[in-house]
Design a protein around this ligand. Structure first.
Ligand SMILES: [Zn+2]
Length: 356
């Protein structure tokens, strides 16, 4: 959280429009005067187009949204009992600088899908071209260290944009851009390409080529309202981020409760037992197959599958222990746990491909 508040290299600056003095960060590329809203490129000219996504929520409404979300998310994960002992703090609002990049995208991808099983295994070619108009939202900060900012950006759309007006910001801090207007389309292209590749890799067995031709038609500077709320539970502090543009929670933390801990210890325990049984059984099964002199090639895959499933169960046991030992969990707007670097469904999919 501290990264945004780092005040290294602040210089005093005087607004060209209203003459008010205010500090300018060393990394600031586009700055907005906190008094009159005059927005300009540092060392350059005024920003011609500057929008804001209007903020739908007042402070007390944010609290209600957060309280409702905590109850909803808790009912889907750690249990709602702890919600009787929470105290929600005062929400704080910040305006986050973002570039909206409208672009024409021509994409091409080429890959292969594995079909059939055993001796009928075959590869099928997958090839497609696509041409479409897209909107990419690019964070105009160097680091997305602030809690829930990535989720906030993913939730943005065009509804509710209006011309930027400092009177609409409720005297909340308006953050300056740390990237230039010219960098925004480059970042937008990178974002789209990364996302497309990830999607395609999920859809097909092997992605061999992906190309993206992106021509930016428009690049607009926008400020979006971001609310951060902290709440306390038994001496611990937890965070919830709310988008003022949609009026919804984008990411939140819940304390790990005793019930949740026990559930995850048990899950972990069963996974370990399962994996131990599979590892122990593999030599016997292998022996039985070879002693039986089976000629079917597919049968030989059974021990491999056993070892693979055993390994996955072992790894999942480790993940569940991590959850049981954790202090808090992060959940999205729909109360889905944010998974870090490991997805159960993805590993099952990978396994299917290997033994097919
Ligand atoms: Zn000013």
């Amino acid at each position: 959280m501290a990264t945004d508040e780092e005040s290294s290299g602040l210089v005093q600056y005087r607004c060209e429009m209203c003459n008010a003095p205010y500090p300018l960060g060393a990394d600031d590329v586009i700055s907005t005067c906190p008094y009159c809203g005059y927005t300009f490129t540092v060392g350059g000219s005024v920003m011609k187009e500057h929008l804001l996504l209007s903020n739908k929520l007042a402070e007390d409404e944010v609290k209600t949204v957060v309280a409702d979300w905590i109850r909803f998310a808790a009912s889907k994960s750690v249990g709602t009992r702890f919600t009787r002992e929470i105290e929600i703090g005062t929400p704080s609002l910040q305006w986050i600088p973002i570039f909206r990049v409208n672009a024409q995208c021509d994409t091409y991808h080429f890959g292969a899908d594995q079909k059939g099983s055993g001796n009928n295994k075959r590869w099928e070619k997958v090839e497609a071209r696509d041409s479409q108009q897209t909107t990419e939202w690019v964070l105009a900060r160097r680091h997305a260290a602030t809690f829930g900012i990535q989720e906030l950006i993913e939730s943005l759309d065009d509804s509710g944009t209006q011309a930027f007006d400092i009177k609409q910001t409720g005297q909340a801090p308006v953050l300056n851009s740390e990237i230039g207007e010219d960098d925004a389309p480059i970042r937008a292209r990178h974002l789209k390409s990364e996302r497309d590749r990830a999607d395609l890799n999920k859809k097909m067995t092997k992605l061999l080529d992906y190309r993206l031709d992106m021509t930016a038609d428009a690049c607009t500077y926008v400020h979006a309202p971001y609310w951060l709320v902290r709440y306390e539970h038994r001496g611990g502090t937890f965070r919830v981020a709310v988008s003022g543009a949609t009026g919804r929670v984008v990411l939140g933390e819940l304390p790990v409760t005793k019930r949740y801990r026990v559930k995850n210890w048990l899950l972990s325990f069963f996974m370990l037992i399962g994996s131990a049984l599979l590892f122990q059984g593999t030599p016997y099964v292998t022996y039985a197959i070879f002693a039986g002199g089976s000629s079917d090639g597919d049968v030989a895959l059974i021990p491999i599958a056993m070892v693979a499933i055993g390994a996955i169960l072992f790894f999942m046991a480790y993940v569940f222990v991590g959850k049981a030992l954790g202090y808090e969990i992060e959940l999205t707007a729909d109360a889905k746990e944010r998974e870090e670097g490991f997805s159960f469904t993805d590993s099952i999919k990978g396994l299917e491909e290997r033994i097919r």
